[in-house]
Design a protein around this ligand. Structure first.
Ligand SMILES: [Zn+2]
Length: 424
């Protein structure tokens, strides 16, 4: 006959076949053995009351611990067991798991009453129930493991979900992300090794980082380029074009210059981003570059913009020179005052502006472009205004001359009229 000591050393399965062995006391040995197994408590030597007490204390302590974990997991399951894009379990699965965890919870809480040798003699849970709850406890372990995996994988999943909103390396990329995340969810739920799914997710992340970084660098100025941009906006040709397009009607709101300014303004500096930083966040945290919104397909090189600036000034200069060839304009030029005429003549001779453009030259250009009219006054009208041989007061002379000038100018712009006195 086996000794008691040998008996307690036997595994649970074998144990059941030895029911003929006399139990050492009125303790439910088989059930206690099952609980020891369930909670991985120290094996009890049933000939030694201290050993039994130790095992009971361990069982109760671990049951308490498992109760907290179960309650927490029940809350999580009722929440749907959220992964990155919603619940991992459907309603039926949720119900099934909840049922098992509720049973486990009731059992674990009920078990805590039997915290002494005397009390455990009245243990109401039979072997079959313990065996069943052991499976439920294994389910809890499995769910906790799953939870840890979800948390671990969520970082990359959330990354790709956010990245999809920022940009896409190719039209298919976003679909691949959806597929990869769905596959990962399925693999998780089936408790499979997720390495293939994770490798695909990692590949998609790499593809995104390479794409975003390249676009960012293409669309952002580095420190040197940014300095060149500032210099370009202080360039005397830029200032000349600003003056010409704001003060001369012919060039007002010049479309090409507006476009050029937009191109320059669209060039933003950012030289902080590295692929390593993109590992953490799918968007540049410094400039929030969004390839979908900003990507124009072309970043203008500063040197190219400088050439365009030069060409623009040349183009406006040529337009003016062409205009100055017009016979009416030529006549207006001849009617200018000496200073203005010298400025225009200088411009025509040089065929370019002296920078910075003088405001006097701008005024002269405006005058000739609007046209200067020559009004002829017959000498008799002046003689008449001055009394025609009769003495008049100075005040009267002033009034008469002013009246005469008003008649000549009419509704015209006085600046655009030149007077010539016709003598006999
Ligand atoms: Zn940036």
């Amino acid at each position: 006959m086996r000794t008691l000591h040998e008996f307690v050393q036997l595994p649970l399965e074998t144990l059941t076949h030895f029911s003929h062995i006399k139990e050492p006391s009125d303790l439910p040995v088989k059930e206690i053995q099952a609980l020891i197994e369930m909670f991985d408590a120290p094996r009890a030597d049933f000939s030694n009351p201290d050993s039994i007490d130790l095992s009971i204390r361990q069982i109760i302590s671990k049951a308490k611990e498992a109760t907290d974990r179960t309650v927490e997991m029940i809350a999580r399951i009722s929440d749907g067991f959220q992964k990155w894009d919603g619940p991992l379990f459907d309603q039926d699965e949720k119900n099934e798991i909840e049922q098992q965890l509720n049973s486990l919870n009731e059992f674990l809480q009920g078990l805590q009453v039997y915290n002494t040798r005397a009390k455990i003699k009245n243990l109401k849970y039979k072997y079959d129930r313990i065996e069943q709850e052991q499976k439920h406890l294994q389910l809890l372990d499995k769910l906790e493991k799953l939870q840890r995996k979800v948390i671990e994988f969520r970082k990359d999943a959330d990354y790709l979900i956010k990245a999809k909103l920022v940009g896409s390396p190719s039209p298919e990329w976003a679909d691949y992300v959806d597929m990869a995340l769905e596959n990962l969810g399925i693999a998780l739920k089936n408790d499979e090794n997720c390495s293939a799914e994770l490798a695909e997710i990692n590949r998609l992340k790499r593809e995104y980082i390479d794409y975003y970084f390249a676009q960012h660098q293409k669309n952002r100025l580095n420190a040197t380029e940014n300095r060149q941009k500032s210099e370009l906006l202080k360039d005397s040709r830029y200032e000349a074009l600003t003056v010409l397009t704001s003060k001369i009607d012919l060039f007002r709101n010049n479309e090409q210059f507006e476009e050029w300014k937009q191109k320059v303004q669209s060039l933003k500096e950012c030289y902080h981003l590295t692929p390593e930083k993109l590992e953490q966040n799918p968007e540049c945290t410094y400039c929030r570059f969004n390839p979908r919104e900003e990507f124009s397909g072309k970043k203008y090189a500063i040197s190219e913009l400088e050439e365009q600036l030069d060409a623009l000034l040349t183009s406006l200069t040529d337009i003016l020179l062409t205009n100055f060839n017009d016979p009416d304009v030529k006549e207006s030029i001849n009617l200018l005052g000496d200073q203005h005429k010298a400025l225009i003549d200088g411009f025509i001779t040089n065929r370019e502006f002296q920078l910075p453009i003088s405001l006097d030259l701008i005024n002269a250009i405006n005058l000739v472009l609007k046209g200067i009219h020559n009004e002829v006054i017959e000498i008799e009208r002046i003689v008449e205004a001055l009394g025609d041989g009769n003495p008049i007061t100075v005040q009267q002379a002033k009034t008469n001359i002013e009246q005469l000038l008003r008649e000549i100018v009419g509704s015209n712009d006085a600046n655009r009229i030149r007077l010539t006195v016709k003598t006999r």
